[in-house]
Design a protein around this ligand. Sequence first.
Ligand SMILES: [Ca+2]
Ligand SMILES: [Ca+2]
Length: 136
Amino acid sequence: MKGLVIVVTLAIFLVGLVLLGLSDTDISAVKITKIFYDGIEPRTESDEYVEIKNLGSEPVDLEGWVIKDISEGYPSLTFPAYILQPGKSIRVYTNEIHPEYGGFSFGSGKAVWNNSSPDTAVLYNAQGQEVSRKSY
Ligand SMILES: [Ca+2]
Ligand SMILES: [Ca+2]
């Protein structure tokens, strides 16, 4: 009986350690590092982008993660399965596809990031928790 109690206590302790480790890598490592809000393309500013970087040491799967302009509440993009390697960046363009940056686009026919009054971008993980936020 005493042996069982010790085993169960140890098991709970180990599960706790694993959960702590997981939540640590998920929440803190991936950040919005840049918003290129003043696009060079006239009017449509299709070349605007938000840059997201993995600053941690573990790969992160972005499946189900969401990037959104919360100033207007749109647009938002839900990521497909995509492994963001440590030290690597992706960009979500307003309406351009650049495979070297992951090939992500909001597909917006209009400019997304306001040039005169700043907007705020927020990144959520697949559980809907806010991971990173950036204004400019
Ligand atoms: Ca803009
Ligand atoms: Ca906006």
